[in-house]
Every structure is written in C-alpha cells, then in structure tokens.
Design a protein around this ligand. Structure first.
Ligand code: AKG
Ligand code: FE2
Length: 315
C-alpha cells in the first residue's frame, strides 16, 4: 500500500452544523470540510460570513462547490475575510484585465506565454507567503479549468503535527524560531535580485523570522510552523543540527494521518488557513489544462503565547 492510500479524500459525513445559515460537512480527516449554502458571487450577510469563517477556523480548509464568479466578485468575497494582498508577479505576464489582487495558477501556455504561476511544476510542502513578516492568513483558489484527474491539493494539519510530535522534538523546538527563506525559489535557485552572497551564511539568510511553534490567533491552539520543505534554519542550532531537526520535523508533518486531499471540480472555491496547515501539489500533466484564480488575505505577524519574549516579538 502506498503511503498516500491512507490519505483522507472525500467528505462522507453527516453535517456537524445544520444551522439554517450554512451547512458544514467535515471530511472526517485531520482537516477539511465542505460548506454548502453559500453563493460567493453575492453580497453575504455578516452572520453567513461569520459562519463560514468559524467553519474555516474549525476545519482549517473548506470548499464551496458549483460557484460561478467573476474576478471582481472573488475579490469582494475575499475582502470579507481580511485585507487582500496585491500581487507583483514576475513569473508570467499577468493579463491586464485582472484586478491587482488576483493571481493566476495555471499550466496553460498561449503563444508560448505562461498564463499563471507554477506551470505544470510540483509545489512541494509549504505555507503561503511566510517569507514575509506578515504572511497570508487565508488563500482562496477558484477552479476555472479543472482536469478530469490529477492536480489534487493536499493539506496537512499543523495542529495534529504539533500535538503528536515526540516529546524530545517538542523540547528541542518549543520557543525557537526559524528563517523562512525569501532568497530561494522553489527549485532551489537564488531568486533575483538576491545573489549567492546573500545566502552564503544560512543563519543570516533574508526572509521571515517566525516561531516554530505558533499560537493560532483565532483558535488559540498551537501549531507547527515552517516555511517550505527543503529550506529554512532553526535558531539557535548549528546549521547541521538545524538541518537534522528540519528533516525530522518535515518527515513528521507530512505523515498521511495528518493529511486531507482536495479533489477538484470546476467551480470549486477552496479556502485554507495558512496558520494551521502546510499544503502541496504534485506536478501536473502539462497536456491537461488546469487554471485557478487565486487571492490571499493578509495575516498577522505569527506569535507564540507560550513565551512572553516571543509574544512581544523581541526576536
Ligand atoms: O495549485 C494548487 O493546487 C496549489 C498551489 C499553491 O500552492 C498555492 O496556490 O498556494
Ligand atoms: Fe501555496
């Protein structure tokens, strides 16, 4: 049996919340729920937005099926959950008609031009925008073009990962913080305008400095928080010790029992909470078009309430 066979996939639930406002159908896995009864293209009542947010905070990732939404409506929907980032993309030429807040994730090329980020490449385990001081809280992906199979998005619960971390590892990382590198691209090359000189000493690399165990600002729960698999440095260890620790942590964080996988349908809006999850996507079949519209909400600076020094951001 492959490791992935144990991953939870579909919602086969009985609704946990059948309030008249929305229905929430938990996946039964470590995270994930379907939310029914919401048309994201419409102006929503504050109670409905609160119910969706509550479901999101409880299940960390939720999806709405059968949505029919313009980019402007997607932006309006996203603004219910916080201020949105405006993108400065460099990877592809963004179509002029897109609002500044909307980015494309696409494996489609037209006249040799890439239509969106990532192409058909793999997105290895990561959390969004953590290379910045204020990473994104929520990411929204709207499935405009979805292949019949392939291109599932996987989520791993960082609450579960922290709760089940062996005590010796907990002792080693509780109260520490790490660098979430900004100067590397996902494929390991140095990201312009940074140079090899900027990343020579990994203990001084540019990027966000965040607690390895963070307190979720809404649930109050503790979660593991690392940037991108294969990168980073944990203070105050030596680079070698940090690499060993990071490898142990990522091996634990990506265990099948913490993972739920979203199988896409056209018209899905998937919303996830970067403060409680890591996520990944396999490489895509370049001959099967897949195109998503993406927005991200700005989050708070990550903190850990277990240590007043970290709480006051003194690091
Ligand atoms: O394409 C996907 O399924 C996810 C890509 C991703 O990591 C992101 O949009 O943040
Ligand atoms: Fe991502």
């Amino acid at each position: 049996m492959s490791a992935m066979a144990a991953v939870q996939r579909d919602a086969r639930p009985s609704p946990s919340n059948t309030s008249s406002l929305i229905q929430v159908l938990p996946s039964g896995g470590a995270c994930g729920a379907e939310v029914r009864g919401v048309d994201a293209s419409k102006t929503l009542a504050p109670q409905v937005i609160k119910a969706v947010r509550d479901a999101l905070v409880e299940h960390s990732v939720v999806y709405l099926r059968d949505q029919d939404i313009t980019d402007e409506q997607l932006v309006a929907f996203g603004r219910n959950f916080g201020d949105l980032h405006a993108y400065q993309v460099t990877e592809y030429e963004k179509p002029a008609h897109l609002p500044p807040e909307v980015e494309m994730v696409s494996n489609i090329y037209i006249d040799g031009k890439q239509q969106g980020a990532l192409g058909a490449g793999e997105a290895r385990w990561h959390t969004d925008m953590s290379m910045f001081e204020f990473p994104s809280s929520f990411t929204f992906l709207f499935g405009e073009i979805v292949p019949e199979s392939g291109g599932n998005t996987r989520f791993s619960s960082m609450y579960r990962a922290w709760d089940t971390l062996p005590d010796d590892l907990k002792r080693k990382v509780r109260g520490t913080y790490s660098i979430h590198d900004v100067a590397f691209m996902a494929d390991g090359r140095v990201r312009p305008p940074y140079t090899a000189e900027d990343v020579k000493d990994r203990t001084q690399s540019p990027g966000g400095r965040h607690p390895v165990v963070r307190t979720h600002p809404e649930s109050g729960r503790e979660a593991l928080y690392l940037g991108r698999i294969g990168f980073g440095y944990i203070f105050p260890y030596s680079v070698e010790e940090s690499d060993t620790l990071l490898a142990q942590l990522w091996a634990h964080m990506t265990k099948p029992e913490f993972i739920w996988e979203h199988v896409w349908r056209k018209g899905d809006i998937l919303i996830w909470d970067n403060r409680a999850l890591s996520h990944a996507r396999d490489a895509l079949d370049p001959t099967r078009p897949r195109q998503m519209h993406r927005i991200t909400a700005k989050g708070e600076r990550p903190f850990w309430l277990g240590n007043p020094r970290l709480k006051s951001h003194a690091y």
